[in-house]
Write a protein that binds this ligand. Structure first.
Ligand code: OXD
Ligand code: MN
Length: 601
């Protein structure tokens, strides 16, 4: 690294930028260096040589452990601090000038207090460390929908992950120089002390400050912090949407591809759906699924009134447990090489291993680095992850690099709902669809610290990620329904419905294609439906179930409408909307009341 790092005593100036439009960036880097007092500053160029030097340094100090080179070439294991394994929602803040602008959905601190708290933590925190300056672009480098940022961090693990997850380095610096604007993200792992850990967002200043965690969602600032919390705020004022959604292309045997964006809470199968392999019969006929993105979607109306979407990320930071040749063969193929695994177990011959991999192997070491003992818990942490370039995915869509984005035909909302919610229903119109998204509920998962399996409302899967008041966010969503708009149809799915014995009623995974097929038929006006107060359900046999074995209980629960349960659900949705007070758009309240009335409430 010495050849490319420079001494902190020299001015902190971006390479080749003297007197250029990078003055604001140079001034900020100098200010951060004065506060954090690193031993050296390194401007990341994203090159292979830089990455190789960083990896060698991390191997030498034990941050990374090399995995089996013949089975997993160029792949590494990182074991995090055992207290630093997930997002920390209770320590994540949105610091807007007015508390109401952050809303009841966010923890809030006044910007001056937030800065003071964070700057006290950052004071001198990089002594003895190198400060890395990472220019990055979220989205294809030449897309008008993309946005740039710069993350300053003292973690080489963050640099290596950002290199996979974003377009990082020289081309991004050049775009920042052209545009003159960028999101500022300051990160330090500090001492990884959970008592000194905060993730703060200052959306009005396009600034993020994150201290005390190296975990992806808290530390790879381009992802949740920039591409969702800051971007959602920016999108509101600029007339677009920044969403926690996968994007996939569904190609039918006629060669037509329809793009679908789908919001599911963290660890609810977005990566699996984005990389779906159609069931054998469908494959034989020519059906294909193309992966555009697995976690984040930025979309805006195009000249034809349709919504056009890009995936702002360049890689996947996916949940490892449960990923297998059966559940997600494309993900498994993607992570055979050039992958960073975090907190998985290891086999005797040094291969990464996790629960649900189902490869017939057994682990010898658990995610903490101890000898594996099933009595002491799983080998892999339930939120263990892989980081890999999207280009390694066999189903990666060539359209993912299209600067114009892809046109969205359908938006899907869904959560983990063991009871009541059928397999699929379609919203009556845009306003109803916004209510369906706003009312989304799901059981919590290991992607955030705290109890797992607790039902909570998670509107549009954005509960942990919306950078402003949900009431204003719903108003923003409603505003897209205007003259000239040609909006996608909105659907709700539930892959997680359980039977009386607690087992899942729908086979899921590749079989979910059958539901997507119905959606596209609906978009094209080719499939019927049954109208109920909660929306349109598929008519008997409209979903192709050839080759799927379903019990009578499964059929009744997956395709039925349970009036009494929905009456209670709508009463609870009404109470939820009321929590936002007078800012909640009347149109959404009216929609809730209209449906409640139709249900007989
Ligand atoms: C993620 C998350 O990592 O949602 O994508 O937590
Ligand atoms: Mn996510």
């Amino acid at each position: 690294m010495n050849a490319i790092s420079h001494d902190v005593a020299k001015p902190a100036v971006a390479p080749g930028s003297q007197g250029s439009k990078l003055a604001a960036l140079n001034a900020w880097v100098a200010e951060v260096a004065a506060l954090t007092k690193p031993d050296a500053i390194h401007w990341c160029d994203g090159s292979d040589a830089e990455n190789a030097a960083l990896i060698a340094q991390m191997e030498a100090d034990g941050t990374l452990v090399k995995l089996n080179e013949s089975t997993h070439p160029n792949s590494y294991l990182h074991r995090s601090h055992p207290d630093d394994v997930a997002r920390v929602e209770h320590l994540t803040f949105v610091c807007t000038s007015r508390q109401d602008d952050a809303g009841p959905n966010n923890h809030w601190m006044a910007p001056a207090d937030g800065h003071a708290k964070m700057d006290a933590l950052f004071d001198g925190c990089m002594k003895g460390r190198t400060m890395y300056v990472i220019p990055y672009c979220m989205g294809p480098i030449d897309s008008p929908l993309s946005r740039c940022g710069v993350e300053i961090t003292d973690s080489p693990y963050v640099v290596a992950n950002m290199r996979i997850m974003t377009r990082m380095g020289a081309p991004s610096l050049a775009r920042i120089e052209r545009e003159g604007t960028f999101v500022k993200g300051l990160h330090s792992i500090g001492e990884l002390d959970p008592e000194r850990r905060f993730i703060m967002h200052f959306p009005e200043e396009l600034t993020i400050k994150s201290f005390g965690s190296g975990y992806g969602g808290n530390a790879l600032l381009g992802k949740k912090c920039h591409a969702l919390r800051i971007a959602s705020h920016q999108a509101r004022s600029e007339g677009w949407l920044a969403e926690h959604m996968l994007i996939l292309g569904l190609e039918n045997p006629q060669g037509e591809t329809h793009y679908i964006a789908a919001a599911f809470p963290s660890a609810c199968g977005k990566t699996n759906l984005a990389m779906l392999i159609p069931p054998e019969g469908y494959r034989a006929k020519g059906w294909k699924v193309w992966t555009v993105g697995d976690d984040i979607c930025w979309m805006r109306p195009g000249a034809d009134g349709r919504l056009y979407a890009i995936n702002p990320e360049a890689g996947f930071f996916g949940v490892a447990p449960g990923t297998s040749a059966k559940s997600n063969p494309n993900a498994l193929k993607s992570i055979q090489s050039n992958t960073i695994f975090t907190n998985v177990g290891v086999t005797a011959d040094n291969q990464p291993w996790w629960e649900g991999l189902d490869d017939g192997q057994t682990p010898v070491t658990d995610w903490r680095g101890n000898a594996y003992d099933p009595a002491k818990g799983p080998a892999a942490h339930p939120n263990s992850r892989f980081t890999v370039s999207a280009k390694q995915c066999p189903s990666y869509s060539p359209e993912a690099e299209n600067a114009a984005g892809v046109p969205i035909s359908a938006i899907v909302f869904g959560g983990r709902r063991p009871s009541l919610v059928p397999l699929v229903f379609e919203a009556r119109d845009w306003t109803h669809g916004v209510l369906v998204g706003a009312a989304m509920g799901s059981e919590t998962t290991a992607a955030a610290t705290g109890a797992v399996g607790v039902m909570r409302r998670d509107p549009m899967a954005m509960k942990p990620f919306c950078g402003y008041n949900f009431a204003d966010y719903f108003t923003h969503w409603l505003s897209f329904d205007q003259a000239g708009a040609n909006l996608p149809k909105i659907f709700h799915v539930n892959w997680f419905r359980k039977g009386d014995d607690g087992s899942f009623l729908w086979p899921g995974f590749g079989e979910n294609l059958r539901v997507l097929e119905w959606m596209i038929q609906r978009v094209k006006g080719e499939a019927g439906s049954v109208e109920t107060p909660i929306g349109h359900l598929p008519k008997d046999d409209e979903i192709n179930l050839d080759g799927v074995q379903l019990t009578d209980e499964a059929r009744a629960k997956l395709f039925g409408f349970e009036r009494e349960g929905w009456q209670a659900e709508f009463a609870s949705i009404g109470e939820y909307l009321d929590e936002y007070g007078p800012r909640m758009p009347q149109a959404l309240k009216d929609e809730q009341q209209r449906i409640a009335k139709a249900l007989g409430n």
